[in-house]
Design a binder for this molecule. Structure first.
Ligand SMILES: [Zn+2]
Length: 270
């Protein structure tokens, strides 16, 4: 039994890494608006076609000593990071599935795990798109918002989620969007980009109340800490922009995993 489980986990890890390799292409194309089949099949620098043996997730990065075989241009570390994290996401998702995804009736057995895997992948894409290119892709945010809305609508229509909670989720999404839009206007677009505004709406649809508040709170704390460290190390001048998307994604993940615990902890402090 344990051998069987290990085999599944190893296979899922490699499947996840292969999908991660594909995600790198998708991220590249989302932010560059490139419709041709480019991205990781060609070197970003010398445009030399990358052979399959130089395009194996994570392994090629190590074997090539982080450099393009032809022009020696360093390969961004984000590429193997996305591959490794996607592989890990698949393994973690499967392990979690054993404990968390035993829901009531049949359709949920498929819908719920598939939904959360998709959300995991989308969060990874948004994190690295904003981290590497300072762009939160509209399409990724749109899919995240639409999936969350449909999922919660599905739960409500099957009486798993209460109608009042569904309404509260919609209000939370609208409120989060309005709050970020005001930040965007007040900072004249320097503090928050429109990408952050759109993301906050999708985040509200995914997390609902009060987890959205937890996620935003965590995002602002993490963003401030990293911002202060960056200024102290004088890597960034005061007022220069650090993409906020990665912090929003981290806040979302922390709220998803420990939202209710954090709310209870906070209420106890009061
Ligand atoms: Zn090259």
């Amino acid at each position: 039994m344990i051998v069987y489980l290990l085999l599944i986990l190893v296979l899922l890890f490699f499947l996840g890494m292969a999908i991660g390799s594909f995600l790198n292409v998708i991220i590249y194309r989302m932010v560059n608006g490139d419709s041709a089949l480019r991205g990781r099949s060609y070197c970003d620098n010398c445009k030399q076609k990358i052979a399959w043996y130089d395009n194996i997730p994570v392994l090629s990065f190590i074997l090539l000593h982080r450099k393009c075989r032809y022009c020696g241009m360093p390969i961004p570390w984000e590429y193997p990071a996305v591959e490794f994290l996607t592989g890990s996401l698949f393994v973690w998702w499967y392990l979690m599935g054993f404990t968390f995804f035993h829901l009531t009736s049949r359709p949920f057995l498929i819908v719920q795990p598939v939904f959360w895997l998709c959300i995991g992948i989308i969060l990874l894409v948004i994190f690295f798109a904003d981290f590497s290119y300072a762009i939160i892709p509209d399409s990724a945010v749109f899919i995240m918002g639409l999936l969350s809305l449909t999922y919660h609508f599905f739960l409500t229509s099957h009486h798993v989620m209460m109608q009042s909670d569904f309404a509260l989720t919609l209000i939370t999404a609208g409120g989060a969007g309005l709050f970020f839009f005001l930040l965007h206007v007040l900072t004249k677009g320097k503090g928050m980009g429109l990408g952050d505004v759109k993301y906050s709406i999708a985040m509200g649809l995914l997390l609902g109340w009060p987890d959205t508040l937890v996620g935003l709170f965590v995002a602002f704390i993490l963003g401030s800490i990293v911002g202060i460290i960056a200024i102290l190390l004088s890597k960034k001048k005061l007022g220069s922009r650090i993409p906020f998307g990665p912090f929003l994604v981290l806040g979302t993940i922390i709220a998803l995993l420990w939202g209710s615990q954090l709310v209870t902890m906070y209420l106890r402090l009061l």
